[in-house]
Design a protein around this ligand. Structure first.
Ligand code: ATP
Length: 261
């Protein structure tokens, strides 16, 4: 469903973000990308919805090369490919409902959404999405009244309301504490399995990658240096990807059911 064919990206200042990437990601896969800061994880993920544009190769989504896309085709791509960010990207002064219904924007059109002309079906889809991440009780709250973990759940509800075929999540738990990080990853994994939405997540915690991924892709200096099932990965795999020994800060840690770390 997503195929990188010899994809490279050189930023205008000459930095090589991606070097000859070849990858094939199947529909419904839950892929975690790991690598040190600067390895190219964000550049890789952001290529898939064309927030950045690779300068070489072909990048196929549903068998079509998306690199020449402009205007309408680009809007269609971004409706099909939803995104979750580290900082949630909610409109802080708006209600949870307004934020979540904004997921319909690509389907409804800008004018209708500015005028709040959403259909009953869209409103009920938005509400159901909030229920799926267990936060429908906050539907009328202002986004900035919620905790970080709650805001990230709202952003998952927004992306679900968009009904995408692909979800990209760029460091979705980097601003959250360990228990909340596990909760957010559990919801991402749940919607991936329930709806068969192809999901690509950037993470820099290796314990999280091993716990939630089907497949782990390791990057270093713009290149893919590891690609395999999460079940085959161990500490030494990460040491090879990182090019150094594993440190405590590479783990998010977590709590067991009794609340002990
Ligand atoms: N807009 C840009 N212009 C120039 N260089 C950039 C730009 N964005 C990223 N880079 C560079 O490209 C390389 C890959 O960056 P990228 O953000 O993809 O890495 P990353 O693995 O996601 O790291 P991090 O976790 O720190 O975001 C780095 O050397 C970075 O400095």
């Amino acid at each position: 469903m997503i195929e990188f064919k010899d994809v490279s990206l050189v930023y205008p200042n000459g930095t090589q973000g991606l070097k000859n990437i070849n990858l094939n990601i199947k529909e419904g896969e839950f892929v975690v990308i790991v690598g040190l800061s600067g390895a190219g994880k964000s550049t890789l993920i952001r290529s898939v919805n064309r927030m950045v544009t690779p300068t070489g190769g072909e990048l196929l989504v549903d068998q079509e090369n998306i690199l020449p896309y402009k205007n309408r085709k680009l809007r269609e791509l971004r409706t099909k490919v939803g995104m979750i960010f580290q900082n949630y990207n909610l409109v802080k002064r708006s209600t949870v409902m307004k934020n979540v219904i904004a997921g319909r924007l690509g389907h409804t059109g800008t004018l209708k959404s500015i005028l709040n002309l959403y259909s009953k079906e869209d409103m009920s889809l938005a509400y159901q999405s909030l229920q799926r991440v267990n936060i429908s009780d906050k539907v009328h709250s202002r986004a900035d009244q919620l905790s970080g973990g709650q805001q990230q759940r709202v952003s998952i509800a927004r992306v679900l309301t968009q009904q995408p075929k692909v979800i990209l999540a760029d460091e979705p738990v980097a601003s959250l504490d360990p228990p909340t990080s596990h909760q957010v990853m559990t919801y991402l994994r749940k919607v991936n399995k329930e709806d068969n939405i192809t999901t690509i997540v950037n993470l820099h915690f290796i314990d999280m990658a091993m716990e939630y991924a089907d497949r782990i892709i390791g990057m270093r200096a713009g290149e893919v240096v590891f690609d395999g099932p999460a079940s085959t990965v161990n500490e030494s795999t990460f040491e090879e990807i990182y090019g150094r020994k594993i440190r405590e800060e590479d783990m998010v840690g977590g709590e067991d059911d009794e609340g002990n770390s």
